[in-house]
Write a protein that binds this ligand. Structure first.
Ligand SMILES: NC(=O)c1ccc[n+]([C@@H]2O[C@H](COP(=O)([O-])OP(=O)(O)OC[C@H]3O[C@@H](n4cnc5c(N)ncnc54)[C@H](O)[C@@H]3O)[C@@H](O)[C@H]2O)c1
Length: 347
């Protein structure tokens, strides 16, 4: 990590595909330096509602703007087709570049459109949500949903650079901010360090660095990249059981607490470590989301079994004295006991 004035640069080391994540107020001004040499046209992909002040100024390029819809229903192959047609109409060649300006939805879609158009052109992201800054925009996972599942079609396509525009958090709706904080909470346990005292901009940079290091070590999720799913097994089940009325980051906050109870029931961590989870999720981030009512443990267990990490048994990322690990074959009694512990503690 390199600090230059108010800007923090985090490298993502991937050999000749390495790039920088620039974190700070005004980070969008760094985009011009991230564009590949030789690019003449820039297609900016964004959404209505994302203030235009966050779009980078790119003098000397032919810039076109491409607006995609809001919400997961628009994270679709038809959006990719529409974007690729627009890129062709704008005359984008293989030497040109896409710039995604928005949250994880925009960076996933813009990234996949860039990965597909002309079999792959460069992409740069300006992350405008907390979640995109610390997670979605970094690491090259791009994709869209199909009726059969979320993010089922996509590509690994690393960006040429990422600008985490801290100014953008000023207009981010409160619920979206909470969702980012839910994901941020998990990094406290992935890194096993206390960065609670850091100002937000430094914490964003530290989370980006943790993600960057994991991606550098395991680009295609053959091992430790799976640890980024801490708290996600219950979170996905809660999202399904509530028909997505609980937001992803809210569900992750609950899922992280649940994972601590499960690890405790399995004798992997002590009760002080469970309390440490509550101190971060409830205390530091104020994420006091209740367990949604009217959902039976049976339903949650079935939905957790459908999690993509579950191959032939219930699988969780769990804490231990040595850190987080992927644990398969977790027994149903432990799962039920931990659900009861969580329910009691959240009452
Ligand atoms: N590729 C990955 O590694 C990865 C990781 C995590 C999540 N994701 C994906 O990210 C998506 C969720 O991303 P998200 O949480 O950033 O939500 P989002 O991109 O859907 O944005 C949420 C809302 O906030 C608006 N918005 C964005 N920035 C704003 C700003 N600064 N001011 C005002 N409004 C703003 C958006 O227009 C949108 O309506 C999901 O589709 C998820 O699958 C991808």
């Amino acid at each position: 990590m390199v600090v230059m004035g108010d800007m923090i640069d985090v490298p993502v080391e991937l050999g000749d595909r390495s790039y920088l994540v620039a974190v700070g107020h005004g980070a969008r001004s760094r985009v011009a330096s991230m564009l590949p040499s030789g690019a003449k046209r820039v297609a900016i992909v964004t959404q209505e509602g994302i203030p235009s002040e966050y779009l980078p100024h790119l003098d000397g390029y032919a810039v076109t703007h491409h607006v995609i819809g809001n919400g997961e229903a628009h994270k679709s192959l038809s959006t990719i087709e529409k974007l690729c047609s627009e890129f062709a109409q704008a005359g984008l060649t293989r030497a040109d570049v896409v710039v995604g300006v928005g949250g994880g939805m925009v960076t996933d879609v813009a990234g996949f459109a860039a990965a597909s158009y002309h079999r792959g052109i460069a992409v740069v992201h300006v992350a405008t949500t907390l979640l995109a800054m610390i997670d979605a925009a970094i690491g090259g996972k791009t994709g869209v949903n199909i009726a059969e599942g979320k993010n089922l079609v996509g590509a690994f396509w690393q960006p040429h650079g990422v600008a985490c525009e801290m100014d953008a958090l000023a207009t981010l709706p409160e619920r979206e901010m909470r969702c980012g904080l839910g994901e941020m909470a998990k990094y406290h346990f992935i890194a096993r360090e206390d960065f609670t005292a850091l100002p937000l901009v430094d914490r964003v940079a530290r989370c980006a660095e943790i993600k960057a290091n994991i991606v550098s070590a395991d680009e295609r999720e053959g091992g430790q990249r799976a640890l980024l799913n801490y708290g996600h097994t219950l979170a996905h089940a809660l999202e399904i059981a509530t028909d997505f009325s609980i937001a992803h980051g809210e569900a992750v906050a609950v899922g992280v607490l649940y994972a601590s109870h499960l690890a405790h029931r399995m004798g992997r961590i002590d009760s002080a470590r469970v309390d440490a989870h509550y101190e971060v999720v409830h205390g530091l981030y104020g994420l006091r989301h209740p367990l949604p009512s009217g959902i039976s443990p049976e339903q949650l267990i079935v939905d957790m079994g459908r999690d993509k990490k579950a191959i032939d048994s219930l699988t969780f990322v769990l804490d231990s004295a040595e850190g987080l690990e992927v644990v398969s074959g977790v027994s149903e009694p432990h799962i039920r006991e931990a659900l009861a512990d969580l329910t009691l503690r959240l009452e």
